[in-house]
Write a protein that binds this ligand. Structure first.
Ligand SMILES: Nc1ncnc2c1ncn2[C@@H]1O[C@H](COP(=O)(O)OP(=O)(O)OP(=O)(O)O)[C@@H](O)[C@H]1O
Ligand SMILES: [Mg+2]
Length: 370
């Protein structure tokens, strides 16, 4: 986790939270939080409704005053600096465009209130609209545009004054899936081109994993885990993270040795490592469904040098989609195992009720930290 103790070089950080918390009366929206957003990174705040994502964003923006702590922007304490003077750009879910102004004037608005000259406004607005693919729409009113187009105006209005940090709160939340995918790509490209620091709120884990350099997963007003998409997916630090990010098989068991966990009293699961857990303690083991492969024929050779887990069961549920076969295997011990595989051959040959053997490497069996 990128807490202050690990971020040695303060200069590499764009935003730093020092002991920031937020309470409304007796209810805590954000528990005491230390964290840092690196210069130029795309960081997503992910988490269920009410977990504190918007609270963090609004504290960065200056729209919400923290109850405790201080906030640094590029090393400077901005705790008492009003929102407009923080030099941040904001994009909202509901676009927040001025309905009586046309596209040009909406995008020009932040420049006008900053007293930018007429000809520079002309050029910068043209530039911003070009970046979001809206050249030619200057005279339209917001109501004459689709949701996706309105959000592009919202983004143009944000980038037009070249903020050093862009904050986006569920900017694609109001759009349908196809448009969301398209705009996701555009936002990612924009971030790459502009090189600004971007903090992005979403409750869609796929969106967060696709877009971000790092993801900060929130739970109940606390950071559950902050790391790269890969770290959250393959090395979750808790059951909450494992469950929230992607699909998972979770086995409960007891630590037996440095590389085995006893599940349900009679099944020894070979795991990556039980380091950090005492013998006999209860742990959860995570196996991602796409790490499990079907044993194509009996006695087929194991290719890897790793220790391998193998089990046999019968298929209970099966679905094909998106180039993947997804099925549930009910094992002899009664455990249900979710498997995702690209190769459907063995599964197709194995009708419901006929035994099927699957295996996965000990390396892909991660013991969750406490
Ligand atoms: N002005 C307020 N007064 C009282 N409680 C508030 C206020 N704003 C937020 N909260 C509470 O703080 C908690 C965190 O809210 P926040 O808006 O940060 O959640 P969120 O993660 O953005 O959720 P969502 O995905 O629904 O937008 C919630 O329990 C919310 O009810
Ligand atoms: Mg929110």
């Amino acid at each position: 986790m990128d807490t202050l103790s690990t971020s040695i070089d303060a200069g590499a950080n764009m935003i730093v939270f020092r002991g920031i918390s937020k309470s409304y009366g007796s209810s805590v929206a954000l528990h005491t939080t230390d964290f840092a957003v690196r210069k130029g990174e795309f960081l997503s705040l992910l988490g269920p409704s009410g977990s504190g994502k918007s609270t963090i964003l609004n504290i960065i923006a200056g729209a919400v005053a923290p109850s405790t702590g201080s906030i640094l922007l590029e090393g400077k304490d901005v705790s008492t600096v009003p929102p407009r003077e923080r030099g941040l750009g904001m994009v909202f879910q509901n676009y927040a465009l001025l309905p009586h102004l046309n596209v040009f004037d909406n995008v020009a608005f932040p420049l006008r209130i900053r007293g930018v000259g007429k000809s520079e406004i002309q050029q910068r607005v043209r530039n911003a609209l070009e970046r979001v693919g809206l050249t030619g729409y200057e005279n339209r009113k917001p109501r004459e545009m689709s949701g996706g187009q309105q959000q592009r105006v919202g983004i143009a209005r944000c980038i037009v004054y070249s903020p050093s940090v862009i904050l986006m709160d569920e900017p694609l939340g109001a759009l349908d899936k196809k448009l969301r995918d398209q705009l996701q790509g555009e936002i990612k490209r924009l971030h790459r081109d502009l090189g600004t620091t971007l903090v992005y709120v979403t409750h869609d884990q796929e969106e967060a994993l696709n877009l971000s350099d790092r993801v900060c997963l929130m739970n109940g007003g606390r950071i559950a885990q902050l790391g790269t998409p890969d770290e959250l997916y393959f090395e979750p630090t808790s059951e909450f993270v494992a469950d929230f990010v992607g699909e998972s098989n979770l086995f409960e068991g007891v630590v037996q040795s440095i590389d085995t966990v006893l599940i349900g009293g009679n099944w020894t699961l070979k795991v990556r490592s039980t380091a950090g857990h005492t013998m006999g303690s209860r742990v959860k083991v995570l196996v991602r469904p796409e790490k499990i492969s079907v044993v194509e024929s009996e006695g087929s050779v194991i290719e890897t040098g790793d220790a391998v887990n193998e089990c046999t069961g019968v298929i209970s549920q099966i679905s094909f989609g998106g180039g993947m076969t997804r099925f549930e295997l009910t094992t002899g011990a009664g455990a249900a195992l979710l498997v995702k595989t690209i190769s459907a051959r063995a599964v197709e040959r194995s009708p419901m009720g006929r035994p099927l053997t699957v295996r996965w490497s000990a390396r892909d069996s991660a013991v969750l930290k406490k």
